[in-house]
Structures are given as structure tokens and as C-alpha cells.
Design a protein around this ligand. Structure first.
Ligand code: SF4
Length: 415
């Protein structure tokens, strides 16, 4: 992308400015971000500027400044749009490190016309809101980003049109809580309204996908909009985090499991081919074998198409911090393994049930006689792939017939 005289490069050695978008969500992500910064600082060439951006910088400025020697600049999440000014200031005075983290309650909306989309091949992640107004007890994101700020419908529509002109085939709508989109703008049923605007405003985009839906607010209208517009994929990622009501209450998440069942029933009734992804946390304080078994029983009953799971990390500053971290690491790992093994068998059976069926696949690559793509059931990076015999043009959405299935991926023949 060319903006303000800058363009992105693949190779850090050739770049004049190195920007690391750090993650401060949980400790492993923090460690990875700091390791990457240290590595770049170690090999920094004369004249190169190294800037740390993102969540970690917003929350742990001192930690980064202390640990990464040779860092030139720090910019937080709330004023990311000041990056160009920061670079100009650093260039004027390169020997003086500059930390740009002005006090702000929420993320700024003066975006200077920057396209808030990350393009990867034929797909683009389009940011519809930033920040979160939920209070999940284990989560530091509201501390880092502040409450939700939704981007205006018109601006998102314009960006979808730009993506359509770039021939993007899949627009993935993202926010910390996509289903809360528009609440701060006073828009009722914001996500459903936005989707309707997008499918009519950019009808050439064949696939719209929604990630990060909050279980309590998948409304009937949203389900109806998803079911009635062929461009909106019959796929939702709804992180549920647990299934035991007492633990969910401690997590400060929707804990009425009967409502979760009803929501899933409605989604499946409205869209018989609906694919459901979720995420769970294992080892949250208070989770004994009994609560964990409740979670396994729930997974067995619901049969998710895709499932991600994480072990609990006690995060300072969160309201769950004071609950301690009583489940041992080895017990957490043991539960994670058991949960993933259960899901492996469910995913395999689900995938096997697709053998003989025809589905469209977005082709993303080709190698040695095999084209690789994804169906509507698979979000990029987190879900599975479809391997199709023969060479199909990259970027095509091609109808294929499923011929074999593994737990994660599918094999297909072109039609
Ligand atoms: S909804 Fe998601 S981002 Fe918001 S507080 Fe809960 S876990 Fe964090």
C-alpha cells in the first residue's frame, strides 16, 4: 500500500522503518512481541527506525522501553493514526526516542482516510469497530483499548467498495464484539443493518464473513439477514468460553446455557448448512473435573464444526486476577488435550458427512497439481483447507465435490 510516500515491504532488511504491531492480550503473546522487537533491535541497520505499536505498548510502555534497547519510538492503540507525525519527528531527531501515548479514553476516530482493512490474498479483514464495552473477568482488552467505538456505516461501505474494486472475494468483518456494532452510534441491530448496507452497496463481493459474535446478542434479525442474503456466509464464530453456568458467571459472560442452546437451534434451523466455530478457556479458577466434564458434555451435544481452546492465563488488572490461578499448568494442559481430542473426532465425523457433497471453494494457491482453498465453512488461518485436484485459477470461487475428509481438511474434485 502506498500512503504518504510510504510503502510496505516484505523484507525487513530493505525497510527504513520497522513497525512491530505488538499484542498484549496474554503473556505468551507479550513474550513473542518482545522477542521480535529484540531481534529487530539487534539487527537494526544504521538509519533504520524501530517502532513498537499495538496493544502491548499501550499497556506496558515502561516494560518495552526497558527491555528493548535500541527502540526509537512507541505508539499505542488509541492514537495509532498519529504514526506519520511520529515518523517525521523521529526523522528530525533520530537520536531522541519518542513515546507517543497521549491520554485518551477510547480509540480515536480521526483515521485520515486510512483503509482499515488488512488484505491477505483474496480476503480482507475489515475493521468495523474497535474497543469493547463488555466486562469479561479474564480479559484485558477493555483496559487496553477502552470501550467500543464503532466506525460509521458510510465509511465501512466506502471501504468495501474499495475492496470490491481491488477484486477482493471475501470481506471478513471484525471487531472485539462484532454483534455490538453500532450500539455506541445509536443504531439498533447495528450488525444486521450494516450487513444489509454492505451486500447492496458492494454486490460484487461474493463472500461476507462475520467473526467474534457475542453469544447473548445473536438476534433473530441478524439470523434472518444472514439466511436471506446469499453473499453472507452461513458461518459464525461465537466464542462461548465455557459451558458451566457458575464458571460463566465468574467469567462475567452470558451464563444461561438454555439460551445458548436456543440460539444455536435457531441458527441451524434458519441455515441448515450453518457452520459454527467457538472458543473455550480451560483451567479457569474454580474449574474442577466436574465443571470440565460439563464442558465436554456440552461439546459432545452441540458438535461444533470448528473449535479453538486455550489454557487460562491470570492477567493482572483483570477482575479475575484476585481469584488466583489454582489449576496447575499440567492439569490445564491435560484438559486441553482431552478437549481437543474429543473435538478431533467430532470434526472428523462432520467432515466425513460432507463426502459426496458439492460446495464452492475460494482458491488461494496451487502446488504440484493440487489447488488449495477454503469453503464457506473455513475462516482463514483458524479453520481448515480444501485440497482440490488440478489447477484452478487463484481467486476463483469454484464448485467442487468432496471426495475425502480428515479432521481438519477436505479433499475434493473440481466440477
Ligand atoms: S467480549 Fe471479548 S474483547 Fe470484550 S471483554 Fe469479553 S473477551 Fe474481552
Amino acid at each position: 500500500m502506498n500512503e504518504n510516500g510510504f510503502r510496505g515491504l516484505q523484507n525487513a532488511d530493505h525497510a527504513e522503518i520497522l513497525i512491530v504491531n505488538t499484542c498484549g492480550f496474554i503473556k505468551p503473546a507479550r513474550d513473542e512481541s518482545i522477542a521480535e522487537l529484540k531481534e529487530l533491535a539487534k539487527h537494526k541497520k544504521k538509519g533504520q527506525l524501530l517502532i513498537a505499536a499495538g496493544c502491548l505498548t499501550q499497556r506496558y510502555r515502561e516494560l518495552i522501553a526497558d527491555q528493548v534497547k535500541g527502540l526509537d519510538g512507541i505508539i499505542g492503540t488509541k492514537r495509532w493514526m498519529d504514526i506519520i507525525e511520529l515518523i517525521h519527528e523521529l526523522r528530525k531527531n533520530p537520536t531522541q526516542p519518542r513515546y507517543h501515548l497521549p491520554e485518551a479514553a477510547t480509540i480515536g476516530m480521526d483515521e485520515h482516510g486510512v483503509l482499515r482493512a488488512a488484505i491477505q490474498g483474496q480476503s480482507a479483514y475489515l475493521k468495523i469497530a474497535d474497543g469493547c464495552r463488555r466486562a469479561c473477568s479474564y480479559c484485558a482488552i477493555p483496559l487496553i483499548k477502552g470501550t467500543q467505538v464503532s466506525r460509521p456505516v458510510e465509511r465501512i461501505k466506502e471501504e468495501a467498495q474499495i475492496l470490491s474494486q481491488k477484486n477482493i472475494k471475501e470481506v471478513i468483518l471484525i471487531a472485539q464484539d462484532s454483534t455490538d456494532y453500532g450500539s455506541d452510534l445509536g443504531i439498533k441491530e447495528g450488525l444486521a443493518t450494516l450487513l444489509e448496507e454492505l451486500v447492496t452497496g458492494s454486490p460484487r463481493i461474493p463472500w461476507y464473513r462475520i467473526l467474534y459474535a457475542y453469544p447473548g446478542i445473536v438476534t433473530d434479525r441478524l439470523i434472518d439477514v444472514m439466511a436471506s442474503h446469499p453473499q453472507i456466509l452461513h458461518y459464525l464464530d461465537i466464542p462461548l468460553q465455557h459451558a458451566d453456568p457458575i464458571l460463566l458467571e465468574k467469567m462475567k459472560r452470558p451464563f444461561q446455557i438454555d439460551k445458548v442452546y436456543r440460539m444455536i437451534e435457531k441458527l441451524r434451523a434458519a441455515m441448515p448448512d450453518f457452520a459454527l466455530r467457538t472458543t473455550f478457556i480451560v483451567g479457569f479458577p474454580g474449574e474442577t473435573e466436574k465443571e470440565f466434564q460439563t464442558l465436554l458434555d456440552f461439546i459432545t451435544e452441540v458438535k461444533f464444526d470448528h473449535l479453538g481452546a486455550f489454557t487460562y492465563f491470570q492477567e493482572e488488572g483483570t477482575s479475575a486476577f484476585n481469584l488466583g490461578d489454582p489449576v496447575t499448568s499440567s492439569e490445564k494442559e491435560n484438559r486441553l488435550e482431552r478437549l481437543m481430542s474429543l473435538q478431533h473426532d467430532i470434526s472428523l465425523k462432520k467432515n466425513q458427512s460432507l463426502i459426496g457433497k458439492q460446495i464452492p471453494v475460494l482458491i488461494e494457491g496451487y502446488n504440484e497439481g493440487i489447488s488449495v482453498g477454503r469453503s464457506y465453512r473455513d475462516a482463514p488461518e483458524i479453520d481448515g483447507l480444501v485440497f482440490v485436484d488440478g489447477e484452478i485459477s487463484i481467486g476463483d470461487i469454484h464448485q467442487v465435490k468432496i471426495s475425502d475428509a480428515m479432521a481438519h481438511d477436505l479433499v475434493a474434485q473440481p466440477i
